[in-house]
Ligand binder design. Structure first.
Ligand SMILES: [Zn+2]
Ligand SMILES: [Zn+2]
Length: 152
């Protein structure tokens, strides 16, 4: 993907340096591509598998930093956990369905959400950056288990 070249260029403009550690984390997201949502634990595990010994705390810090640099997008889940995905150059406003039990995450697009964002921004004099919606629910498998166990 040609994305990282331009992202690094942007980065240079903002005067931030990408350390080898940050680069490795970003590379990991670029390898799996957009539309994949990883938790800090997922990233940590993958780095360890690649023989890259790093603490979970460092992974967290790196993910937050890459998000603040707009290289990653941070997705806040209702349970207070977070997932991260690659911020692509042709980023579209997309939304997420998140299973409250297993964390399965699906993406969807809906022009009405974007329209609502545009209208709200205009009404309050905001310059719009993005609109996204997170819908919390139970995925099919988890809903089935909940019924099975008489939890519902
Ligand atoms: Zn997403
Ligand atoms: Zn689930």
């Amino acid at each position: 993907m040609a994305v990282s070249g331009s992202l690094r260029h942007d980065l240079h403009h903002r005067g931030q340096r990408l350390t080898p550690q940050r680069q490795r984390v970003l590379d990991l997201f670029e390898r799996i591509g957009g539309g994949h949502h990883l938790s800090a634990e997922d990233v940590h595990l993958q780095l360890l598998r690649a023989d890259n010994k790093v603490s979970l705390a460092t992974v967290y810090r790196t993910l937050r930093l890459l998000s603040s640099m707009d290289l990653l997008r941070e997705l806040e889940l209702p349970e207070g956990s977070r997932r991260f995905e690659l911020a692509t150059a042709e980023d579209h406003d997309h939304h997420h369905l998140v299973c409250a039990v297993c964390g399965r995450t699906e993406e969807f697009e809906n022009p009405l959400v974007v329209k609502a964002g545009v209208e709200a921004a205009a009404e309050h004099g905001f310059r719009l950056l993005s609109s996204s919606l997170t819908v919390r629910g139970l995925c099919g498998a988890c809903a089935f288990t909940a019924v099975d166990q008489g939890l519902e």
